[in-house]
Every structure is written in structure tokens, then in C-alpha cells.
Design a protein around this ligand. Structure first.
Ligand code: TEU
Ligand code: CA
Length: 557
């Protein structure tokens, strides 16, 4: 495999609105990111992905861009962005911006012109169709709920929006539009960005038959994924996008591409793939909204383990998946995988280890290494996101009471990970001196970055040690290029694997449950590299693990 500069990526995702405010308006900003670069460098981070900071009316918190070439004044200026890139560079950190090109904001000048003249030049930048019998062109449901079509004024024309109605989908079939997008991407890459995280890229191509389908919900709409996700023909756009922009810049690209069929993984992330890496979501499906997983039983961990290993088997060394646990669209992973009463240092450090040493690259989300938790809301008014409100409406439509709907959102809403970053125990967790745009979790007095850093045994130090190990001269190559060999796959609640190359072999054993376990152990320990308890119990042919114990050890070859 050809070695690339980004193969040893230890990434960190920033949700800028909630990271650090520096001017007291209650909203995080670019100077706030600059202020914490030293903290991130100290943790061992070498790549930062920042969720969108372009000019935006913020209908979807920045995923609705109204000017690709501007930074939204809420976050700062273009000069701040350049300053950030330069300051990060000094610390060996590359910056990724979020590239949102499946859709724009409805306030983008292209769309405004399209509205004025739907049949004109800019009408062709979007997907505009005639209605049928006074209704939408078809009954696709938007990914965020409701119809995927919105009527244009009093005309009989509709535009397509897979996400909110404030995010009209771009028409990638139009070459002129594609050229504009490529030029814009190149302008950013010329500024010295490391590359991009690429939003919702699997939706670029739509099946243009636009047929009505039998409804699958009380709303009369249908989930249209087969018609607008990974649709045949998308490869033409993805290849061209890479050739015209990323490739000549040797940029790193991390695509949000859900559900890529296993046989196409090589096309996506192989040596000549469209992207450097993709986010793999196989583990985010395990959600407590499924009654089966409500109490986070050990069977869920078994299932999760099988899904993780299966995915790696599919990739089979042909590319680098991004192995992450948390992001801005999910509740915190600890809440999803660990029974509530068991959440603590041991369980969270163990959870953090289950895929940390997998082949692929690592991405942490802000607050993950600090142990931040979900903040349960007492009223629907405390939420901020259009998708949450759509879900709420849907639940009421299905006949749930307001309490039931709220209870569901308290576990399901994608906003949970967006509460402000908890830096210290001072007012508003040190996030802002003003009024935070989204309420700070009141647990910040105990759970915060400063406290975690000052504690000897903390999640922060666990992550820091894991990062240092992944980057250590003696082990780096093993963790990047070594083979992955699953271990103890039949033991309930254990996720274990070996990484091995011709020189070394490291075994990672995670007991992801609240009870102890004894495992047969034939190998010879060369060195215990990391353990989340004070000592380890490795006996004669036996490995004793306490609840949520994790051991990482080098064994004799
Ligand atoms: O999320 C995209 C998203 O919701 C879909 O990728 C969906 O999960 C998937 O396609 C199902 O297959 C991204 C951002 O992360 C999110 O915050 C934005 O709201 C959204 O795009 C729209 O830009
Ligand atoms: Ca601010």
C-alpha cells in the first residue's frame, strides 16, 4: 500500500457553535478554536474537522450555506480562518472544513435567482419539477421528515430538498454547476486547508424517474433512499470531483457516505478511490429507540462487535475507514452503549478502546475525551433543531402523548452532543461570558476539561495515552498497516483484537460489561502497554478481567 501523509491521522471534530466563545455573544467562534489549539496539540491531535462555518442563515446550524466563499460573521472572518490554518500548521495540525455541496441554503443567490425564474439558468442549478394533480411531483419523504418537495410560490413547480426546505438540492447533472463547485473547492484548497469532511455525499445522484411509491407511514410519504442514496451513476460525479479538486492538491477527504455496499468500498476508499476515507456508521444503528436495546444488554455489545468486525472484513486492508464513536448528529456514545448506572471512567475508557486501534483513522468528537454526557430536556422548547421538531410532530401524529414524544427525543435527538463544551467549573463551564445559545449541561461542575486534566485517572488521560501509543515510533506502523485479527469473538460482552505485523503483535482486550470475565490465554506477555485499572491479572494460561477492564499488551510473536 502506498503510504500517505494522512495515514496516521488522529482527528478531532469541532462543532464550532459550541466549542469556545470569545466575544461574549454566546456562540463559539474561530478565535475560540485558535485559543485551544495548544490543548488539542497536547492531547496529540493532528487533524481538526470543523463543522460548517461558511455564511449561513443557520436553519440547519450551518449545513445551509448561503455563500461558499465567506465565513459567517457569527464565527469570525476570512482572516480568522487563515490565521487558524497558519496557527494549526505551526503545531502540526491540519484543518478540514466541511464541504456541503449536496444542497445550498435557500438564501444562496443561485437559489434566489432560481425562484425568480425557475426555467432560467439558475433554475437548472436546482431540481425543479412540475407538480402532479395539484400535489408534489412524487411522495418522497425528506430525510428530516415531511415532503421532500416544496412548492415555488403560486406556481405549479416544486423544488427538491432531501433535508429541510431551507436546503434545496443542487442539480449535479448540470455541468455548469459542477464547474462552479470545483472552482470554489480549489479556492479553499489553495488557502492551505488539509482537505474536507464532505457532507451527505451519497445523495448527489437522484433517480430521475421520480415515481410515486406506496406510502410507508401515516404521513402518506415514503422513504426514498433507494432513489437518492448511492444511486448508479454517482461514480461519474465522484470521480470528476476528485480529479478536478482533491487529487491535484493531495488533499485529505473524509466523506460522510452511509451504507456504501461492501463491493463498492474499494471504489470509495481503495488506492484509487474517490475519497481518502469515509465515516462508517455501522455502529450508530444501535440505538435505545429499539426496544430490544433499551437496557443496553450484553447482546447489544455482541452485535456491535460483529458489525464492527464484519465491516473491517469487507474493507480487508484495501482502504482506511474512519473509526469514530461520537459526532454532532448522535447522542453521546456512552449513553447509547453503557447501562446508565454503569457509566463512569472504566466503562467509558473501555468503550473508547473498542475500535481505537482498528485499521483506519481515528476521530474524536469534542467533549468525548472529557466524558461529556447527554442533557435531558424538560420541554420540547429547550431543543433547537428543525429535525427534532419534525420528529416530535411525527410522534404526536402517530398518537404518542407529549410526554412520550419528549421521552423519545431525550434519547434519540441528534442535538445531545451539541451542548456547549465544558472547559472548567466556572460560569457556563467557561464556554462563554454571555448567554450560551444552547444550554450548558449543569453537570459541568464535575465534568469538564480542566478537572479531567487535573485528575490522574481520567478519560482525558486515557485518550491521551492511547493517542501517544498509536503514534509511538515503535508501534505506529503496526497500528496503521498491521493485520487485524479478532479474538474471543464468542465471549459475551468482550471486544478483543490483535494487531500484528512481522515484527510485533499487540492484543487489545475490552471487557465491555459490568461483570467480570475469565479468558483462556496461551500467549506470552512481552509488555503491558496500557491498562485502565491499577494492575492486571494475567495468570497461568488465564486472563482475569474486572468489569469494564481494558488491557493493551504486546505479546511474543
Ligand atoms: O447529515 C446527513 C444525514 O443526516 C444523512 O447522511 C443521513 O444520516 C444518511 O444519509 C442516511 O443514509 C449531514 C450532517 O451531518 C447533518 O448535521 C446535516 O444536517 C445534514 O447533513 C444536512 O446537511
Ligand atoms: Ca462568539
Amino acid at each position: 500500500m502506498q503510504k500517505k501523509w494522512w495515514h496516521n491521522t488522529i482527528g478531532y471534530q469541532i462543532y464550532p457553535k459550541s466549542f469556545q466563545d470569545t466575544n461574549g455573544d454566546g456562540i463559539g467562534d474561530l478565535p475560540g478554536i485558535i485559543a485551544h489549539l495548544d490543548d488539542l496539540a497536547e492531547l496529540g491531535i493532528n487533524m481538526i474537522w470543523i463543522c460548517p462555518v461558511n455564511k449561513s442563515p443557520m436553519a440547519d446550524h450551518g449545513y445551509d450555506i448561503s455563500d461558499y466563499d465567506e465565513i459567517d460573521p457569527m464565527f469570525g472572518s476570512l482572516a480568522d480562518m487563515k490565521h487558524l490554518i497558519a496557527e494549526a500548521d505551526k503545531r502540526g495540525i491540519k484543518i478540514l472544513m466541511d464541504l456541503v455541496v449536496n444542497h445550498t441554503s435557500s438564501e444562496h443567490v443561485w437559489f434566489q435567482k432560481a425562484l425568480q425564474d425557475p426555467d432560467g439558468e439558475y433554475g437548472k442549478y436546482y431540481i425543479i419539477r412540475e407538480g402532479k394533480d395539484g400535489k408534489e411531483p412524487n411522495n418522497w419523504r425528506s430525510i428530516f421528515g415531511g415532503s421532500a418537495w416544496e412548492r415555488i410560490g403560486n406556481t405549479d413547480k416544486y423544488y427538491l430538498h432531501l433535508f429541510t426546505k431551507w436546503q434545496p438540492d443542487l442539480n449535479w447533472e448540470n455541468e455548469k454547476l459542477r464547474k462552479e463547485i470545483y472552482a470554489m473547492i480549489n479556492r479553499w484548497l489553495d488557502m492551505g486547508l488539509g482537505g474536507f469532511r464532505i457532507d451527505a455525499i451519497s445523495h448527489l445522484k437522484k433517480d430521475f424517474a421520480y415515481q410515486n411509491l406506496p406510502a410507508d407511514g401515516v404521513d402518506g410519504y415514503v422513504n426514498g433512499f433507494p432513489y437518492f442514496r448511492n444511486v448508479k451513476g454517482i461514480e461519474k460525479f465522484l470521480n470528476e470531483l476528485k480529479r478536478e479538486t482533491f487529487q491535484p492538491h493531495d488533499a485529505f477527504t473524509l466523506a460522510e457516505a452511509d451504507d456504501v455496499p461492501p463491493e463498492e468500498l474499494e471504489d470509495f476508499i481503495g488506492e484509487n478511490g474517490y475519497f481518502s476515507s469515509i465515516f462508517d456508521f455501522c455502529h450508530t444503528r444501535y440505538h435505545v429507540n429499539d426496544p430490544k436495546w433499551k437496557d443496553r444488554p450484553v447482546e447489544m455489545i455482541n452485535d456491535l462487535r460483529d458489525a464492527l468486525f464484519k465491516k473491517q472484513e469487507y474493507v480487508n486492508g484495501s482502504g482506511f475507514l474512519c473509526n469514530f464513536l461520537d459526532n454532532h448528529d448522535t447522542s453521546r456514545s456512552a449513553e447509547r452503549f453503557i447501562p446508565r448506572d454503569n457509566i463512569g471512567y472504566h466503562s467509558m475508557s473501555t468503550l473508547g478502546s473498542i475500535n481505537f486501534f482498528f485499521p483506519g483513522i481515528v476521530f474524536l468528537y469534542q467533549g468525548q475525551a472529557t466524558g461529556m454526557r447527554d442533557y435531558r430536556k424538560k420541554s420540547i422548547d429547550e431543543f433547537k433543531d428543525p429535525t427534532t421538531f419534525n420528529m416530535y410532530k411525527g410522534y404526536l401524529q402517530e398518537g404518542m402523548t407529549e410526554e412520550q414524544a419528549l421521552e423519545k427525543l431525550n434519547v434519540e435527538s441528534r442535538e445531545h452532543a451539541r451542548t456547549p463544551m465544558q472547559w472548567n467549573s466556572r460560569e457556563n463551564a467557561g464556554f462563554t461570558t454571555g448567554t450560551p445559545w444552547f444550554a450548558v449541561n449543569p453537570n459541568y461542575k464535575e465534568i469538564n476539561f480542566e478537572a479531567a486534566k487535573n485528575q490522574e485517572e481520567s478519560l482525558y488521560h486515557w485518550y491521551k495515552k492511547m493517542i501517544a501509543l498509536r503514534k509511538a515510533d515503535d508501534y505506529r506502523d503496526l497500528f496503521i498497516y498491521g493485520d487485524l485479527i479478532p479474538a474471543y469473538e464468542k465471549t459475551d460482552g468482550v471486544i478483543a483484537y490483535k494487531r500484528s505485523n512481522q515484527d510485533r503483535s499487540v492484543l487489545i482486550v475490552c471487557n465491555v460489561k459490568g461483570t467480570s470475565e475469565k479468558l483462556p490465554f496461551e500467549g506470552r506477555v512481552k509488555k503491558v502497554l496500557l491498562s485502565n485499572y491499577d494492575n492486571v491479572n494475567i495468570g497461568n494460561r488465564e486472563l482475569s478481567l474486572r468489569e469494564y477492564e481494558t488491557i493493551i499488551m504486546e505479546t511474543e510473536k
